[in-house]
Design a protein around this ligand. Sequence first.
Ligand SMILES: Nc1nc2c(ncn2[C@@H]2O[C@H](COP(=O)(O)OP(=O)(O)OP(=O)(O)O)[C@@H](O)[C@H]2O)c(=O)[nH]1
Length: 758
Amino acid sequence: MGFLRVRSRVYNYVILASRAANRCEEEHEEAADVVQVLPSTSDTGKRKPDLESDASRLQSPAKRQRQSMPGFEEPTILSNVKNIMAFVHSRLNEQDKLSAFLKKKISDLETNKRELVGVFGKTGAGKSSLINAIIKEKNLLPSGSVNACTSVMIKVEANTYSSKYEAEIEFITKEEWNEELWSFRQFLDNNKNQKKEDDDYHDAVEKLSALYGDDWRKSFENLMDRKYFKEIPEFLQSRRKILTCESANELSAEFVKYTRSDSKQEESDEGKTWFWPLVKCVTVRVPNRPLLQHVTLVDLPGNGDCNKSRDQMWKGIVGDCSTVWIVTEINRAASDKEAWGILESVSSLIGNGGECQQIHFICTKSDLLDDSDDLSSADIHDRIVKRNIQANDGVRKEFNKRSKIKTHFTDDSFKVFTVSSKEFLKGKHLSPEDTEIPKLKGFLQELNDCHSETVNYVNGAYGILSLIEGARRRKEGVGKADDVCKVLEKNMTEKLDQVKKAVEKAIKDFEQCLTEGVKNSKTSDEKLKSFLDRDKQPSFFKTLEAVVRKDGMHKTKKGEHINLNTVLASCLTDSIDEKFRKTFPNDVKGGYFDGVISRFSLDTNSLIQKYQDVKLQLIFLQTEEDKIKAKLNKIILKEKKIIYNSLTEAIEKNMKKCYEDARKISGNDALKKMRKTIETHVSLNRNMYEDAKETMLEKMDELMMIICKELKETMDHSIKLSLKASALSESLPDVSEHLETVQQHYNEDLLHTVTAET
Ligand SMILES: Nc1nc2c(ncn2[C@@H]2O[C@H](COP(=O)(O)OP(=O)(O)OP(=O)(O)O)[C@@H](O)[C@H]2O)c(=O)[nH]1
């Protein structure tokens, strides 16, 4: 993260330097001045950028041509303000408390948050083609082969610091792979005489064959030998591999062996090694894509992988998505069990257990019609449009029936799109608008533009510059700082009390709900029983074996997501879902805890009227308030996910022993015995529900402490330093012009925020 931050910062400076250097000759002095503003090694602890050469390299014809390319990123408000703050930072010394405080405040402004859009859907639904169409890179993500499918998570984002196409490959560790090899070996040994139709048997064989060809069939002894990893020394050295190319085509050809599995190797592929079993995630960076500057699209193949770290990363990314796209083919979108199954299985992870604000149900391949041979182009167009309307209605009706999803999401947060990636790239029957790809791009653009980090950065910068100017202009002995402090401290006590009461009320409400949930734990038992009652089905033993082997979670080849832990925790989660969603809405407009955090204010506005000579200091405090609220919102968002998921995790922890015992069962009546083991464990461990409830409430208490401490300490410190500490006036730079510039941006931002909200 730190590395990225440095990279993007350097890039901003380079742009500024290049712009300045492009101006006419008499402005050269100014360009030199700009270059001086770059951060030093001591500032970042990283490589000191070679600024002179960075700037002069940008003078090359190739670079200039790049700048004139459509979509080249012009410096944004954010980069302008960042440059100003870097300059101010370099002019502050640390001889007094206030300057040191200001320097730290400037460093703290830096953030690198990206909005994640998670793309789900079964294989072949058209995810890769959709992403390619959206970023207008026909050949970036490999798509189309009948046998191959995307097998690892792929993040797609803008390359903001170079004009190259890049793929960063993150591997699992050697130790993890070694462990996996051992469990494959055990599993294959135990299943020697079984039918080879088992899902996990196929998975193991697929992974081993991808990497070792037929060698694994001869012996398991030397599978960690270096010779198998010659092409990827990075894996052995626990490093990431970076591929860099000039074009999307080239990059795609290079990274395909890290992302896709090929179930039926073709002749031309013989001897080819596929490394996807070792890969955790690939990040693809595309140059000149302002649309993805703050947004990352993540292609998420289904979970249920037996690799723990990959599974954990999957869960982490899914929980961090602010939007989720469910992709399915239009011809049976409303009835596609697998697509709805995916959405149901992730709804609590992305809803109360995550931060998803919007679900987009995307029906793909809208251009594909049956029997269109004899139709005119106009008729084809009309039929497509008509079917789009029908699909839209059908999907919405289906959504209304799915109560499991609806407990986490409102009607407004669910939208349907009917798209054709193919027609968007080479329209034959549909206009670009009819393909609905521009609609999705518009959504991403808004996500990228309304990036709250820009607003937070500009607000923070405005406050800091106000404080510098206020401190510089302030004459000794003038002002009624002490009076102002007293009022502020009184306001703070009152407002903190309100926050505390609101959080306490939420905790009490949760406690009530969970007590009911514990009482209703029989409902979970019934759900468990109905799952175990499937023991009459012929393939059930294999499924149950896989479930216990993977600590309660398994995805069948037919796409069914089984999670016994969530089934057992459902009496608790069901009891709390509605209250939890209202207390921690993912759409933060209303604010957490009935808006008490959003309403927190020391009432600086009215004080400004009365105490004009400390107006600038009060403006700083106002922006500090906004900043601490934004920071708290982030903390609460992170914590609320942990709090909600703690219910299922507590059950999962308790059930671990049960799965371990069940795993050991084999031989005659194994299915019966396994069932008995699970039922007995659940009936003897009734306290697990109470324990889960207590764990969650403890976490809520901790959250309350964090909120109150953060609010009090940050505001106390800021009040003290802005109104009480004096700086050596000669040590503070004159930032009046910068203040004016940033104030303009601040006002624009405010306008933008207001317009976006209305
Ligand atoms: N006619 C038509 N075909 C499409 C469209 N989108 C995708 N396809 C085709 O559908 C097939 C699968 O598309 P992909 O984009 O590879 O699907 P995917 O969901 O990424 O598949 P995995 O990589 O296996 O997860 C390919 O042959 C595509 O060319 C579309 O809008 N129209």
